[in-house]
Design a protein around this ligand. Structure first.
Ligand code: PMP
Length: 448
């Protein structure tokens, strides 16, 4: 098979598509009919056949500042020329410290310490390990269990798939972490379908956490991990009061609360973090994606002061306090990109901009309510999930058809199951918001 792709700006001919094993992709189907992106600027990608594709999903929930931002790309180029790499163990470089300071400036509460990783998955595994190390440092080494939630997505490491609640991500991989339990999901379509923002019903489902902790005996439980807004399972917004109850139950039992903000961090909800949107401060926060607007792989874990102090101050003088880290932790290019992205967010006030667009976005999303096949719409900040009725006997097929048609019509969306998940760059205009939803409406009208 030797397909040739010709674009307006690029000519290239990958002579074989087999060598690249694509992640989370139906490889055989893709390779018989590939879709290629070759360039990106601001709100648009350019496809290999020269079409402009409106980015309705910030790449993959990450390019919050839009694409090809000069300030970020120039910072990466400068850093690459100046110092390409520095080892992160027992040696430092200034950008890493500066970035940690900038990040803790915008993070609420006393989440004052930052551990760098290269992805959201690594951030999750790092947070789980920090939780264990914390309890051990406090003399509570028996606290080794984790509680996740049904439908949770926490990346693809063994820690992440264990605490995650999506069967599809586990079933091929045999053993997972022992000592993991899951809370039930909070969303009840009967009471909450078509809610705008946070649903009114469902906070009481948080109380199941108390029963699960008690069942395991609180003295064995290390941490609870949740996404403040569920992303990968199809955009579900926590009911009013739900996260507050989780916080109170964790406090009561000495269990750490971890927010996985890989998607919700850096302006997605119209605030810096979900922590700010929901006014609930967890003990550890995982982030990635928007950290440097998706330009260089990077993740980060924020830890509260007491956690850092217990592990670091509690170790003997001169000892390495946490036996954990990555060759590319705080990679200079990722740090330079993140410092520049954070500067762009601040100068353009993009988090507040997303917040100011929330009502318009919500109105545009919910206008799809009457469209064919739409069974639920959920939204918060600049995120929306449009759930479609599954095609008989073929779950996810209808939404994937919409994805394919949208790509043909010049719109990039993401689908998960039968939900269309939308999360555009925070620089989106009202005209472009209208374009996203009118394109989807046209497609749904055409879809049998
Ligand atoms: N946690 C959450 C909540 C995520 O949405 C994701 C990725 N979509 C991850 C973790 C994993 O991040 P990565 O793909 O960078 O490993």
């Amino acid at each position: 098979m030797t397909p040739v792709f010709s674009g307006v700006t690029h000519m290239f001919s990958p002579n074989d598509l087999e060598a690249y094993w694509m992640p989370f992709t139906a490889n055989r189907a893709f390779k018989s009919s590939p879709r290629m992106l070759v360039a990106a600027k601001d709100m648009h990608y350019t496809s290999a056949d020269g079409r402009q594709i409106l980015d309705g999903t910030s790449g993959l929930w990450c390019c919050n500042a839009g694409h090809g931002r000069a300030k970020i790309t120039e910072a990466i180029q400068r850093q690459a020329a100046e110092m390409d790499y520095a080892p992160p163990f027992q040696v430092g470089h200034p950008a890493a410290f500066e970035l940690a300071n900038r990040l803790t400036d915008i993070m609420a509460g006393d989440l004052n310490h930052v551990f760098f990783t290269n992805s959201g998955s690594e951030a999750v595994d790092t947070a789980l390990k920090i939780a264990l190390a914390y309890h051990k440092a406090c003399g509570n080494g028996g606290r080794v269990k984790f509680i996740g939630r049904d439908k949770g997505y926490h990346g693809v490491g063994f820690g992440g798939i264990s605490v995650g609640g999506l069967g599809g991500n586990k079933k091929q991989f045999g053993n997972q972490l022992p000592g993991v339990d899951h809370m039930p999901f909070f969303y009840d379509k009967a009471t909450s379908a078509f809610s705008k923002g946070q649903p009114v019903h469902g906070a009481d489902i948080a109380d199941d956490l108390e029963a699960i902790i008690t069942l395991h005996d609180a003295s064995t439980v290390a941490a609870v991990i949740v996404e403040p807004v569920v992303g990968s399972a199809g955009v579900f917004v926590p009911p009013k009061g739900y996260l507050e109850r989780l916080r109170a139950i964790c406090d009561k039992h000495g269990v750490l609360l971890i927010f996985d903000e890989v998607i919700t961090g850096f302006g997605r909800l119209g605030t810096a973090f979900g922590v700010d949107k929901f006014k609930v401060v967890p003990d550890l926060v995982t982030t990635a994606k928007g950290l440097n607007s998706g330009t260089v792989p990077m993740g980060a874990v924020f830890a509260r002061d007491g956690i850092y102090r217990a592990i670091v101050d509690g170790a003997p003088e001169g000892a390495i306090e946490l036996f954990h880290g990555y060759t590319y932790s705080a990679h200079p290019l990722a740090c330079a990109a993140a410092l520049a992205a954070q500067a762009v967010y601040k100068e353009e006030d993009l988090f507040a901009r997303a917040g100011a667009l929330e009502t318009y976005w919500q109105g545009a999303a919910h206008a799809l309510k009457e469209a064919q096949h739409v069974v639920d719409i959920r939204n918060i900040g600049l995120v929306a999930g449009i759930e479609l009725a599954p095609r008989a006997g073929k779950p996810a097929a209808r939404a994937f058809d919409v994805f394919l048609k949208a790509f043909e019509k010049g719109l990039l969306i993401r689908t998960t199951g039968d939900t269309i998940a939308l999360s555009p760059p925070l620089i989106i205009s009202k005209t472009e918001i209208d374009q996203i939803f009118s394109t989807l409406l046209d497609i749904l009208k055409e879809t049998a």
